[in-house]
Design a protein around this ligand. Structure first.
Ligand SMILES: Cc1cc2nc3c(=O)[nH]c(=O)nc-3n(C[C@H](O)[C@H](O)[C@H](O)COP(=O)(O)OP(=O)(O)OC[C@H]3O[C@@H](n4cnc5c(N)ncnc54)[C@H](O)[C@@H]3O)c2cc1C
Length: 370
């Protein structure tokens, strides 16, 4: 069997790329699972990019227009008029993208695992059958523990975190997300609560299961009201290179993830667009450079992450005091971008009064954010 492009991994990134290439080149997707969905992922995606990227409407479960931020002793609310983010159903998202790709001419091999490369060909396994597929270009869109990345010799300089998430019954404000930054409860990351409806929410954090249990307790959510539990992992930082010879990495396989929130679907789709252009122009090597916006966001996110890890809860309380002031909230409400956190930070730091308050807390904050 021979294809122009063989995509390994039928997650959001691989399926989105397949849809961009199908009909223009011969493309196939290999997915090790027998069906889509099931990955631990809250499914929050910035509304503007969701539409800009043409992601499927039918996957949207809920529209979110604001957030309430909680520290140990304070809270403030950011409310905006329109929808800022969507909560999506992962299975529908992946399946709709795959359906689009198949309709345009892509071939799918489900329940088929990529085992490695041999003599320039991909070795695949479906149940007990092993077979080979040859392609001009191979794409590793096979997630954070990418086998393709290992096979091409890519190296990681990243922080790998386990994530735990539950779907729980309770009473929630349907269009508001909750973000809890309290190192005494969840020391490694913030905890989130994203409503699916007024009576169901996805709640999670990164670190360990004890952190999530502590959070459920202080949020007064009962472990016996949990209807779904998922665990997964993310890698925050760099895995390089993204291209070697005729093999390229995409999505979580390339760690194209926002280190501030661990959201990866939008960055994966943005990079898929650049990768499709590079493949169609016959210049695969141009892909990495074309993803410079995403790379800048990752660099910023890593500085932010380092800062978060170095801060005490007292520092966080002092930052909350600044962020909850009326003028800063007004800037965030007017200018915050769900995916462009660098732009949001710059907008906040442009105000001399805010800048001097943050410098007083620690000059490292300003250095990290700019
Ligand atoms: C707890 C948690 C919450 C998250 N919440 C969000 C969120 O709200 N918003 C957001 O944007 N991101 C979120 N993320 C991150 C998001 O899940 C990833 O960024 C996203 O799934 C990346 O998509 P992908 O297609 O690159 O990889 P994946 O979704 O991991 O897909 C990779 C696919 O490759 C397949 N595969 C793997 N190995 C092989 C192989 N050898 N052969 C064939 N197939 C293979 C897998 O079965 C899988 O289907 C979260 C992550 C976690 C852990």
């Amino acid at each position: 069997m021979r294809y122009d492009v063989l995509i390994i991994g039928g997650g959001p990134a691989g399926n989105y790329l397949a849809g961009l290439l199908a009909g223009k080149v011969d493309v196939a997707v290999v997915e090790k699972k027998g069906s889509f969905g099931g990955k631990a992922c809250t499914g929050v995606i910035g509304a503007q990019n969701y539409e800009r990227l043409g992601l499927p409407e039918e996957a949207v479960l809920n529209e979110l227009r604001g957030a309430v931020f909680y520290s140990r002793i304070q809270s403030f609310e950011i409310a905006r008029r329109g929808s800022q983010a969507y909560l999506v159903d992962r299975k529908t998202l992946e399946k709709s993208l795959a359906e689009r790709a198949v309709k345009k001419g892509a071939d799918y091999f489900m329940a088929t695992t990529f085992k490695g490369f041999k003599n320039g060909k991909a070795i695949l396994q479906h149940l007990k059958d092993r077979f080979e597929v040859e392609a001009e270009v191979y794409i590793g869109a096979d997630g954070v523990s990418s086998t393709v990345a290992k096979a091409m010799g890519a190296k990681s300089k990243a922080e790998f975190l386990s994530g735990y998430e539950v779907e729980v019954v309770g009473h929630f404000k349907k269009d508001f997300v909750e973000v809890w930054v309290n190192k005494e409860v969840t020391p490694d990351f913030f905890a989130w609560l994203v409503p699916v409806s007024e009576s169901l929410a996805r709640v999670g954090t990164f670190g360990d299961m004890d952190s999530l249990n502590r959070f459920l307790r202080i949020r007064m959510l009962s472990p016996t009201s949990v209807l779904e539990f998922k665990a997964g992992s993310v890698g925050l930082g760099w895995r390089k290179p993204w291209v070697r010879g005729n093999v390229a990495l995409l999505g979580d396989a390339a760690l194209q993830i926002k280190p501030t929130t661990a959201g990866g679907i939008v960055f994966g789709a943005i990079c898929a667009r650049e990768l499709a252009k590079a493949i169609l122009s016959g210049n695969l090597q141009s892909y990495e450079k074309a993803c410079s916006w995403v790379k800048r966001q990752i660099s910023f996110g890593m500085r932010f992450r380092k800062l978060f890890l170095s801060m005490s809860q007292e520092d966080i309380e002092r930052i909350f005091e600044v962020l909850s002031s009326e003028d800063v909230r007004a800037i965030i409400e007017a200018q915050a971008d769900f995916d462009d956190h660098l732009r949001t930070a710059k907008a906040i730091l442009k105000r001399p009064r805010v800048l001097s308050k943050l410098i007083r807390i620690s000059p490292a904050i300003v250095r990290a954010l700019l």
